[in-house]
Design a protein around this ligand. Structure first.
Ligand SMILES: [Zn+2]
Length: 464
């Protein structure tokens, strides 16, 4: 059975509202500003991941009016807007942020889901153990939330290797992203990023780069305002790099509030309102860059990892019960509106027949949309019902992906691992219906061409 990470989310959904941790302290003296190192010939690049922001709502519908104005080329900006941008499968936070930072799909990045399973013994050492089995050949379940579980090289490591004078920063409202990107690949003594920041979780294993700021008591994420405080602090004061305080050239940021609101309320009015609130933080950033005379060198990738689906909590939305007598042969790993099903023994002689039965049982539930094999199945159409055969654009069929990959219909989230198979969250994501993301590249100078790039939507949203 899957470890019940979702139970904590449930408490959030049902109204936990207090905060823990000390309030934010005053910013250090502005006198430091004069000593910030900065090469004025270099651009200042930001990747702002607006977690769970649906780009169509934010920009096309104007729910993020400031961002929409940037996209139109106002505010002294020029923008290239990718109107049909899509994330990668699984449309969850960790695989998509990993794709942003590495360029790798889920089949090879090492982070195939927010939760997944690994089989080889090295991976069991490198990834956090959250259930399953550590015996050879058996699947161990993991969040993947460790820098040693990440397989692809991030831009932090690549820049440290190729361009060590480029100053990099990672500022994450979600501590788990700090855990994934706190790699030390180039020099084992230091992080690949020059500066890392995430809220402390008041836990014994809090990393040295975390800061005591307000967090929600369940997920232990901080809020977008505090994230922007830290971005502005790094602009004004710089970050330690090469023995001096220097302004970052590349800053990767996660803003958690839109996602938090969406999970608790669904994709309705409160979610839309939060898109507008987060937009105020984007305005705050651009106005700050203008005041500092830095806007002309600033380039921002406004993006997101997935969108949000309203998923009415309903009992019995699990594959565990649907699989009946076959359930004991597999580990079912929940990713919102995707269930990844891993064989406990991938070498069993009847694997194709077993997986074919599981596929039929999944599709018979009525709430599963697609059920596809990781590998060709000689007992059921060969390559016909495989991930690569049906969705070659997903690039998800790697070692760390489930042997059967099941997506839910829109409006449904799976409940595997939850009592009553009842996923309590009114908002969820993971399936192809939540692949819609945001992508607009905006510059305050002339670095970006003013244009909108449209695309053609395929029936399964996998053409871009
Ligand atoms: Zn997310």
């Amino acid at each position: 059975m899957v470890k019940l990470r979702i139970v904590a989310i449930a408490a959030l959904a049902f109204g936990a509202a207090v905060v823990v941790g000390p309030p934010v302290g005053p910013s250090p003296a502005a006198a430091q500003q004069a000593s910030v190192g900065d090469d004025p010939t270099k651009p200042l690049v930001y990747v702002f991941s607006l977690d769970a922001q649906d780009g169509a709502k934010a920009i096309d519908d104007g729910e993020a009016p400031f961002l929409a104005s940037l996209v139109r080329g106002e505010q002294g900006a020029r923008a290239t807007y990718y109107k049909q941008s899509r994330g990668i499968m699984v449309s969850e936070t960790n695989p998509n942020h990993t794709a942003m930072a590495t360029g790798a799909y889920g089949k090879s990045s090492g982070i195939s889901g927010n939760t997944f399973a690994v089989y080889d013994q090295a991976a069991k050492q490198n990834c956090p153990n959250e259930g399953g089995s550590t015996e050879p050949g058996r699947p161990m379940i993991t969040s993947g939330e460790s820098s040693t579980c990440l397989q692809a090289e991030s831009f932090f490591a690549a820049l440290k290797r190729l361009s060590p004078e480029t100053v990099t920063a990672g500022i994450f409202g979600k501590p788990k992203l700090g855990r994934i990107f706190a790699t030390k690949r180039i020099d084992p003594a230091v992080y690949d990023a020059d500066h890392l920041w995430a809220p402390c979780e008041q836990a014994s294993d809090d990393p040295p780069y975390c800061r005591n700021v307000l967090i929600d008591p369940v997920q232990r994420y901080t809020d977008d305002n505090i994230v922007m405080d830290e971005i502005i602090r790094t602009v004004d004061e710089g970050v330690p790099a090469d023995g001096a305080l220097r302004r970052p050239n590349l800053t990767f940021v996660n803003f958690p509030d839109i996602d938090q609101t969406g999970h608790v309320t669904g994709a309705g009015p409160a979610y839309t309102t939060q898109i507008g609130r987060t937009d105020q933080q984007l305005r705050r950033f651009v106005e700050h860059q203008k005041e500092k005379g830095l806007w002309g060198r600033t380039v921002v990738f406004f993006t997101s990892d997935h969108s949000m689906d309203s998923t009415t909590p309903t009992p019995g939305r699990g594959l565990q019960s649907a699989f009946g007598d076959d359930a004991g042969a597999v580990e079912i790993v929940l990713n919102g509106s995707v269930d990844m099903v891993y064989l406990k023994d991938r070498d069993r002689p009847d694997r194709d027949a077993l997986l074919a039965r599981l596929r039929q049982k999944a599709l018979a539930t009525g709430f599963a949309d697609e059920a596809l094999y990781r590998l060709p199945n000689a007992a059921d159409g060969g390559v016909a019902n495989t991930l690569d055969g049906v969705h070659p654009g997903w690039n998800i069929a790697g070692e760390r992906t489930g042997d059967l990959f099941v997506t839910s219909k829109p409006g449904v989230a799976f409940g595997d691992g939850v009592p009553g198979e009842l996923n309590p969250l009114p908002g969820n994501h993971g399936a192809p219906t939540t692949l819609d993301t945001t992508l607009a590249i905006v510059s305050g100078g002339g670095q970006v061409v003013q244009q909108t790039i449209d695309g053609l939507l395929g029936p399964r949203f996998d053409d871009t």
